[in-house]
Design a binder for this molecule. Sequence first.
Ligand code: ADP
Length: 842
Amino acid sequence: MKPRFSIKNILITVILLLLGSITVVISISLIQSKQVNANARIITNTQEALISSERLFSLTETNATSFRGYLVSGEKNYLDLFGKSQTDISGELSKLKTLTRDNATQQKRIDTLSFFINKRTDLYNKLLKEREKKGSSEFMSIADTRESELLMGKILHYINIMKSTEFVLLDQRRGEDQERIIALYRILEIAIVILLVLLGFFISKLRSDFLEKRKAAMLLEKINEDLEKNVLDRTIELSETKNDLIETFNRITDAFIAIDANWCYTYANKRTGELIQRDPESLIGKNVWEEFPEAVGSDTYKVFHKVMKEQKYICNTDYFAPLDLWQENHVYPSPNGIFVYIRDITKKKKTEIELNKIIKSLEDYRFALDQSSIISITDRQGYITHINDNFCKISKYSREELIGKTNNVINSGFHQSDFFNEMWNTISSGKVWRGQIRNTAKTGEYYWVDTTIVPFLDKNNKPLQYLSIHFDITEKKIAEEHVLNTLRENNIILESIDDAFFAVDRNWIVTYWNSLSEKVLGRPKIDIIGKNLWEAFPDSVNSQFYLYYHKAMRENIAQNFEEHSERLNLWYEVSVYPSERGLSVYFKDVTDRKLSELQLKELNEHLQSQAHELVVSNRYLEQFAYVASHDLQEPLRMVTSFLTILEKKYASVIDEKGKQYIYYAVDGAKRMRQIILDLLEFSRVGTKEDKMEDFNLNDLVNEIQILFRNKIEEKNATIHVGVLPTIKSYKVPLRQVFQNLISNSLKYARVGIPCEISIKATELKNHWQFEITDNGIGIDEEYFEKIFVIFQRLHSKEEYSGTGIGLAIAKKIIENVGGKIWVASEEGKGASFYFTILKALK
Ligand code: ADP
């Protein structure tokens, strides 16, 4: 039985009560002492005021008596007493004033009293002066005496009133004081009574508590006795059933052994024998550690020793290698040693180890999954129950912000509701869903995740929860979007270009077909996209297109060819570009170019035939010129020689006129011969198989000067030669050019003026330019072109000899070496001949 109040509680309560009482008493005393003090102060004041009034009364009388004594006797003692009493009166008055400061009536009275006292003092002083003057008291008039008495009466009257007022006040205050003390004592008495009642109550409780405890102790003693009896009975019963127990032990599925204090087996059941594969009886009397030395030092060894020593039950699990046995030992202390239940938990333990391995590998999987992926788990209603750190990281939400919410929190609104409906239908029917989702992070930016949602099913194949594994594919998606945008842009370009363009994959399925392809190839985009190219154009199989396209696809090399569209009557340049995905084919309209090319080709062919004709006719002409010049030489020579013979043989017969005719005829024949030779020379220009060689033009000009030495002397000519280059060209024809031009400068010099010739060279980008200038007769601008035409001369042979072929030969040679020749001159002021030759002649 549980006591209702513990001693401790009661003690605390009592202490509290006592403390409370003390506090009450102390406070009352304090209050009381405060009040009493206050009252005492007031009473004391009243008493003092009363005493002061009394003193004032007696001082007033003393003052009057001493005054009168002095007036009558004239003795100084009386005068001193009078002075002193006078001082005391004013001191007493001020004291009284202080003591009665809280009483306005008394204060007024004091003021009135002071007034009369002062007045009387003034009267006394006046009378004293007169006394001193007259030396006796006889001067004192009846009026003065009456006034003195009147003032004295008023003073005493007021003092008496003040006294009686203070008396009344003293009585009244004493009465009030008395009443207050009585009231305080009453309160104190009540408090003490209450405290005593409480104390009595708790003491009675304490007593009943003590009695209950005593009763309980007695009951416990009784129960103990019964228990001991029961235990004894039970022990007897137990010993009686020992044999039954042994039998039972033999039947139980666990091994059971009893070991005495010397570690020897006293009992081992059948199951023990099965475990160690020995007859259990063979163990009896044997030492455990000698039988199983491998167990010494093991956990079991330690537990057995501990139970033996501390006599307390212990359970342990241990592995015994020699028997490959996992054992769960329940070790009990016994009066003689220990009992041990050995449960074979090998199977369970091995399963447990396997299970732990599986759990460990599952944990490893989970760790790996957590590390590599973004994980979330939702319940069957779609509320988030778990998210990993990666989920928080990508969504920028904290775990607390997402747990208990649906995935709507991160919904970007990008996908249509059908998308989520399809997802939900899939996973709620227990199937795995895969897809790519665009979500929005807390910060507002979106992210893409490749998602696999796996439903976890219950026994009835109904989803319990959903595990979502996401991978961040934002970067990939952005790149894809970029590619798509580029493709879109490309499409715009491809649609706007003037070329037809189409694309096929590696299975010849058309993946792109621009609008111009529709026009050029006569198929609308809608019909061809997604179809096989060769099925769409069966006639083109084995065509030129087919062969080129296959070649490009097979060899992975771009192909270019031109083809005419019969349907549109246009020419197209076809470019085929292979790629990993297939082929891209461009058709470029090249009709204009193609037509110009064809025209050009025709023109070229025409020109070639004309050139051929020219070559043939040139060859004929050359042959003709050669034959003519060669064959004409002979008759000319005959004419000249027969005329010479005629002149010699018939000199005596032919008169002077005849001789002159013969001279003209010979001269004409000579000139004709020269013309023929010149013509031959002209016709041979460019036909000779000259070889190119390096030569210095200064050397060449020097050689010519040597050749023309006589003529130079004759014309008193000076030739100024600048620095001329070394060139690689045809030396003989170029010598001819220099020779002809220098020869002309000497020939067409002005009469009587020393001939001045200068020769210069200027290097241009691709050519050398030469200039041969003289100070001769010059040429009119009108003839600048004419002089380069064969046989064209500006003078008669009588004026200047020549056949008019020199400049024509020079022009032909210069043009043959890729140059030009021209003249600049003013008649009478000399002439400058310019010509260029290619630097790099082939
Ligand atoms: P040719 O000197 O035999 O008459 P060219 O063909 O050499 O034949 O010259 C053609 C003509 O050009 C000459 O007849 C002459 O009138 C004129 N000519 C050529 N060189 C000069 C020159 N240096 N000064 C003036 N006239 C010239």
